[in-house]
Ligand binder design. Sequence first.
Ligand code: PEP
Length: 257
Amino acid sequence: MDKQYRKTIIAGNWKMNLLASGVKDYADDLLTMIPNSSSWCEAVVCVPFVIIPAALSAFGNSHVSVGAQNMSQHESGAFTGEVSALQLNDLGAKYVILGHSERREVFGETDDIINKKVQTALQQGLSPIVCVGESLLQREIGITDELVSYQVKSALYEIDAKDFEKVTIAYEPIWAIGTGMTATPEDAQKTCAVIRNVVGSLYGADMARATSILYGGSMNDKNANELLAQVDIDGGLIGGASLKADTFAAIIDAAKQ
Ligand code: PEP
């Protein structure tokens, strides 16, 4: 089975939740519940910028990685309030979520901006988790495959194969995020397979086989097993259910299959 060629990644997206003062307890609880998870997956917590130092210190040299949820497309300079890829890398963050639908919808990030962010993240040694996904209307009018293919291609514009090795793609149908309306395993699988085909058309079959594609959208400890069993789903990007160490640990456990 092709899954053996790629890394399983379970990444939590805390969004604008939790506090630096609570990270130590969260990390202690999580590490107690999943002491050996590095043997079947990479567990990641993507936390608010201000919590990154506390998260790095709480997870220490453990097998849980720390990531950010966004960054500037610019390298440095007069961009008040922004955080650069270099600053994230300097802190010790490994991953960065880019193109999350909340960034696209609430903060007006375009495909062009997202592509620039992917380029900057890679230049500064971060591993981007690039989010794509359709709205309910786009799904209903039947353009999910085209839309998602376009989003993947534009996010990866001018990214060469060597750099692409550090990229993870997350399929996140917008209508499923934070709504409790999970995509069926079959639907999620179908779109992840479309994404893998796009990767193949850009970088070749070997790279497509080696690329980790995650599903995100109301994944929880009840539905993770079935979603993660799909042949083209290599992990999850988890919002709400990552806020408590025990439900996040249960999802990490479900990836052991
Ligand atoms: C997300 O924020 O990427 C996400 C998938 O959220 P939730 O799991 O809460 O739907």
